[in-house]
Write a protein of this length. Sequence first.
Length: 577
Amino acid sequence: MQLLQLNLSSNRLDGFLSPKELFAGPPLSLGMDLSHNNLKGEIPEEISQLDQIVLLNLSNNLFTGGIPTTFTHLLSIQYINLSRNGLSGSVPVFLGHLTMLEELDLSYNNFEGGIPASGIFLNSSVVYLYGNKRLCPNFSMQAFPPCLTDTKTKKNLVLAVVLVPAIIVASLLLLFCLFSLWKKMVHTPPLHIKILNLLHLAINWIGREVFTVAHFIRRWNLQMCDCVFPQLSLMRNVLCFLTLGRRREETELFQSYQETLKKVSYGDIAKATKLFSPAHRVGSSRTGSVYVGRFKFDSDLVAIKVFNLNEPGVRKTYFTECEVQRSIRHRNILKSVTLCSSLDTENNEFKALVFEFMANGSLERWLHPEQQTGKPKRTLSLGQRICIATDVASALDYLHNQLMPPLVHCDLKPGNVLLDYDMTARVGDFGSAKFLSHDSGGLKRLVSIQGTVGYLAPEYGMGCRITRQGDVYSFGVLLLEMLTGKRPTDEMFVDGLNLHNFTNSMFPDRIAEILDPQMVHEEYHRLCAETWMESYIIPLVALGLSCSMESHKDRPGMQDVCAKFCAIKESFFKSCV
């Protein structure tokens, strides 16, 4: 029996790849996936023995060195993912000669130099090179500075290298002359003041011109910058010393700033949660528990997500959330305050994420208040539901169309939509999220996704690849749930009936019969029933139905959905004024 594919991803494998065990046997015809391990060393050249392989995924490891030249023998390869390693050197030209190659991910390595201009490299939509800061294309390619190959740029470079030392020498001579003249005229105050003013103007002009040239050199990331910049730095120190009162803007010109996170220990979290008291626990799942607490050094409440590392796959969930939090910034996405990766009192591994506290809890608790026994009943008006849905649509539009590489949430549901003090919605829980460029090369499009039943796109159940349209489906189900008050897993949905089909069967004439009875619509009394239904309810239900279509090809993109929601929201609040 022949082995068709080998998938050892997301384990704790370490050490070097051993060619004898992996490559000496029968050739794999589908692929090899060793991603998300701790494998190190160089990629073995013997990998070329897998000449019939279709997919190779070695991402998220510790490989170093370059890409072996023996990759030229992988004539059947269609998907290569070597992202997030420590690979270096130039991007091989021969990768462009692999005629069967459909996707190539070399992002977040240390490659440098020119990007080949042939084969697959001519299609930037299927080649991922983000995170290689020293790469430059020899042709038009977004997100990378052009290589210095044209004659004009070379002339500018030579001119800059020649002019900078000349400017420095001339400037020092000028300063020396002016300073000598000032010493001779020290007893004539009016002339003394004039010379000082002239000196100040000259220094400022020289400094500005020198640093303009310096910025030009830095912009192109040239090696000769290292030999020119010490002179510039020395000149600048002289200028700053002589001017005394000059502002220090140039000092910070090329400094990089990083956000400083608060340092939180296991002890701090234990104290903030009263030793993880059940009274402080506000939610729990297979991956961990969420506690509310307050650190002694801060007056604001925080939500602390403690990960259950005993469960398989939870460690990967933690690192995924950290990676997402590092990459995204949006007002409708739950923001982390800091993290804690340490040991507990019994020397067990402890990992937690600290988030801003969302005072109004999750959308789940508002849509289904019957579960909140012993608490005041909470309901949402139509206007609030429109605002919340618009916030969620805006967050998904950002993740899908404005973030690079795009991010798919993969588990959008009311429990993962949190509400702030002013009922602003924040999308959270990115433990199942996928960056498209990272996992785009799944084994022949097979995926393993940890979504929630009822919100998970139907194509995922058939092994289709992860796409933005999967999130669109989840959003459509969420929207229909917000309008009808029915969960997609309600016991009434049996024998092929689901929330989409149920709503569609009542649309549009009988839609009023299935609206959420908990919906408080004071606006209804200010508007006539016909206007209220036709202007807002029917368009919202239509959006929910279009987003939750069974075929992903029939669903709209989140950019269009977000634009429609903004228009509905604006119209609604204008009519209520």
